[in-house]
Design a protein around this ligand. Structure first.
Ligand SMILES: C[S@@+](CC[C@H](N)C(=O)[O-])C[C@H]1O[C@@H](n2cnc3c(N)ncnc32)[C@H](O)[C@@H]1O
Length: 233
């Protein structure tokens, strides 16, 4: 094992000392989402703090949030970038967009624009828009398509990030193995595995990300892993 494994205790230690506000915000925003029966698939609290830290460090003023859910990542980015900034957030579920809008209105975050409909179409429609930071966090089979659009929309020196780059801990599993025999232990994913499609899609995204000549990239092992690439000037 390289590095320090993140135990529950270590995670709590980090949150209690460095991400208390992000936890409070998450509790506040997720209450409405839970009442609406929405899934809790947002970025983690320490990841939220890291994104806020990072946006402040690069002086970002315009961010694109691909996958709104109940507005947590959008709120984190809008707060970190401050006055005069803008977040454009893309969401195809009417329910998610409605709950997110209510959450953001409660927080007086009027600088977040939620654009309804399929995210890929919305990105393709953007002609004269440019962003300092793009967070990709929607349907995994479209990740490579989102990356291609993001490369068109990011400014020089801007950063593209892809969440779930560690695919729920399954990223290193080969996705080529045969179907399992009943009860067999298998250190690979076969096409009959329910996670096969999403893990495979993230593997293809990571490969495209790492091979992209315009990007200088890393995977930050935070939350479920975040691929990050800065566009070389
Ligand atoms: C993982 S959640 C986003 C979490 C959010 N970034 C956060 O951390 O607060 C993914 C969201 O993307 C939305 N989504 C999935 N596929 C989409 C698509 N093709 N177009 C637009 N939104 C999509 C889902 O409805 C869901 O709300």
């Amino acid at each position: 094992m390289k590095g320090t494994p993140l135990t529950e205790e270590t995670y709590e230690y980090i949150v209690q000392r460095f991400a208390k506000k992000e936890r409070e915000l998450l509790e506040r925003m997720s209450a409405r989402a839970q009442a609406a029966g929405m899934p809790m698939i947002m970025i983690s609290e320490e990841q939220a703090k890291f994104i806020a830290f990072f946006l402040k460090a690069i002086g970002a003023k315009r961010a694109l949030d691909v996958g709104t859910l109940f507005g947590y990542s959008a709120a984190i980015m809008a707060r970190a970038m401050g006055p005069g900034s803008e977040v454009v957030s893309l969401e195809f579920s009417d329910l998610h967009a409605k709950v997110a809008r209510e959450n953001l209105d409660d927080l007086y975050l009027r600088n977040v624009q939620i654009r309804p409909g399929p995210a890929l179409e919305a990105m393709k429609l953007m002609r004269r828009e440019s962003f300092d930071f793009i967070l990709i966090d929607a349907d995994k089979p479209n990740y490579v398509n989102y990356l291609n659009q993001a490369l068109r929309l990011i400014r020089k020196g801007g950063v593209i990030a892809g969440d779930n780059a560690l695919a729920w801990g399954k990223i290193a599993l080969p996705t080529t193995g045969p179907a399992p025999k009943p009860g067999e232990y298998r250190p690979w994913l076969s096409p009959d595995d329910p996670d096969y499609g999403t893990v495979r899609a993230v593997q293809e995204f990571n490969a495209a990300f790492a091979a992209e000549k315009k990007l200088f990239s890393v995977i930050v092992p935070i939350g479920d892993g975040m691929a990050m690439g800065v566009v070389e000037k």
